[in-house]
Design a protein around this ligand. Structure first.
Ligand code: HSE
Length: 402
């Protein structure tokens, strides 16, 4: 029987304990032995929980228990989570996590520590919630040179944008609903402003391109600038608006960013609605591979954490292969050099737009704004054209094969 500890009994932590309990027979079969939660670490008391007897408050108890072979860190953040992860790995315990902030900021260091100690540090749940994407990228696509990754990486913002597009829902009502359903981060700013998606594209990029891409190297824009008119204009042009994380390899460097995009109604990601996430990974042998499923929420995230627990138990005396090298200041290049068509909403007249841009596709018009789609050009060129008296109320890339 493998004995494990769960750090944090919040939404994901309670899901992990429940899945381990509910599916114990199947999990024992898959892991090659039973898996028992011996401790749950949390600062709070849970007098009504069926697992209340497992709750402890002192991390040292876990650290000093040599029978604990796997620690599931589902606390989140980079405070105590970093400290507990380091100390668990140093003590020779395997660690699994859903903590994207920690992997995105300290992944290189923690993976190196795990390697030195001969244990595993696994993080399937850190990207895409319940969708298998880390393992397929690291293992099943190992024969490929990955050239590009893009995707809907945040369930909360996708839920909000879907509700706004479908029902004309109010932004704050949709956010409240997402929080009630347990999708949003404790502080929803991380979702709304794109920081959560940024952390996830950092993890995918580091894994795909082999060097750590840090959050400060990824230009990040959230959805607070997406207006209801943009939804309507985009639909008139045949598009939906989605928040995408995107990363492309360019001559040994990486151009990565997070921003709202227009995606064609018949494109791979257009049908990814609500809390679902969708990730497209392009390999030079396999072509485009699409991963899609529940990107947030208690049980989908727990499903991925428990899969890593099972994998760790199966590999107690062997290491998994996931790792990458450290990054550097000059690894990231400015994504403005990437070309695309663009969507612009502006108070400038159509005549003025036509004069500066030449041929464009106009969407509808309101009393004080018009919207249009440009030809393909870099971020630098569109910046120059807009600077000639065409102020952009909204400026989003149009996803395409450029
Ligand atoms: N807040 C995140 C989201 C949770 O909405 O996608 C899953 O990482």
């Amino acid at each position: 029987m493998a004995e494990i500890a769960v750090l944090g009994f919040g939404v994901v932590g309670s899901g992990v304990v429940e899945v381990l309990d509910k599916n114990s027979g199947m999990i024992a079969k898959n892991a090659g032995q039973g898996v028992r939660v011996k401790y749950i670490l949390d600062v709070r008391d849970f007098p009504d929980s069926p697992y209340k007897d497992l709750i402890i408050k002192d991390f040292e108890t876990i650290l000093n228990d040599s029978n604990i072979s796997v620690v599931a860190e589902v606390i989140g953040g980079v405070g105590v989570a970093l400290d507990f992860t380091r100390r668990s790995l140093e003590a020779g315990k395997n660690v699994v996590t859903s903590n994207k902030e920690l992997v995105a900021t300290h992944g290189f260091e923690l993976l190196r520590l795990a390697r030195e100690k001969g244990v595993n540090y696994l993080f399937e749940a850190s990207v895409g919630g319940g969708i298998p994407v880390i393992r397929p990228l690291a293992q099943c696509m190992a024969a490929n040179i990955v050239t590009e990754i893009y995707g809907i990486l945040n369930g909360t913002t996708n839920y909000i944008l879907s509700e706004m597009a479908k029902n004309g829902a109010d932004f704050s009502d949709a956010l409240l609903d997402a929080q009630r359903k347990g999708y949003a981060e404790a502080d929803p700013t991380a979702d709304i402003e794109g920081y959560d998606a940024c952390r996830k594209i950092c993890i995918l990029s580091s894994l795909a391109f082999g060097r750590h891409v840090y959050p400060q190297q990824v230009r990040t824009e959230g959805i607070s600038g997406v207006a209801t008119e943009d939804m309507r204009f985009a639909a008139e042009l045949g598009y939906k608006i989605k928040l995408l994380g995107r990363s492309r390899a360019i001559g040994g460097k990486v151009a990565a960013y997070v921003a709202p995009h227009l995606v064609g109604e018949d494109s791979l990601l257009a049908g990814v609605e609500g809390v679902m996430n969708g990730v497209v990974i392009r390999g030079n042998a396999v072509g485009n591979v699409v991963f899609c499923g529940a990107g947030a929420g208690k049980m989908p995230t727990a499903s991925a954490v428990v899969a890593d627990i099972i994998d760790s138990v199966k590999h107690l005396y062997a290491r998994k292969w996931i790792s990458w090298d450290d990054g550097s200041d000059d690894l990231a290049v400015d994504p403005a050099q990437l070309e695309s068509a663009w969507y612009v909403r502006t108070p400038a007249t159509r005549e003025k737009v036509a004069r500066e841009f030449g041929e464009v596709v106009f969407a509808g018009k309101t009393d004080d704004a018009t919207a249009f789609k440009t030809n393909v050009m870099s971020g630098k060129i569109i910046g120059e054209l807009l600077s000639r008296g065409i102020p952009a109320l909204s400026l989003f890339r149009v996803l395409g094969d450029y």
